[in-house]
Design a binder for this molecule. Structure first.
Ligand SMILES: [Cu+2]
Length: 92
C-alpha cells in the first residue's frame, strides 16, 4: 500500500500536478499592456531567485482577479523569451 502511494505521488509530481507555486506580492496591474509586476520569491521551476519583475499573463481574466498589494501564489513559464503567468491565486 505504501509503495503504491509513493508511486502515485511520484507520478503526480512528474506531471506537474504537485508543482509548488511561487509566492509573490502584486506590485502593479497593467491592463493595457496585459502585464503584472510581481515581487516574487524563488521560482524553482524557472530556476529564478527572488526579485521584482514584469510578467505577461496567460489570459486577461488574471488581471481582474488580483490588485496591487495582494499576496499571491502563482506559476509561470517562459514562452518565446517572455515570462508568462499560467496560474495565479490569492494567498490565504
Ligand atoms: Cu523573476
Amino acid at each position: 500500500m505504501k509503495r503504491i502511494t509513493m508511486a502515485l505521488v511520484l507520478a503526480l509530481a512528474a506531471t506537474g500536478a504537485l508543482a509548488q507555486l511561487a509566492e509573490g506580492e502584486i506590485r502593479k496591474v497593467d491592463k493595457d499592456a496585459q502585464k503584472l509586476t510581481i515581487k516574487h520569491g524563488e521560482i524553482k521551476s524557472l530556476d529564478m531567485p527572488p526579485m521584482t519583475m514584469v510578467f505577461r499573463v496567460k489570459n486577461a481574466q488574471m488581471l481582474e482577479a488580483v490588485k496591487a498589494g495582494d499576496k499571491v501564489k502563482f506559476d509561470a513559464q517562459k514562452e518565446g523569451g517572455q515570462y508568462v503567468v499560467t496560474r495565479i491565486e490569492r494567498a490565504k
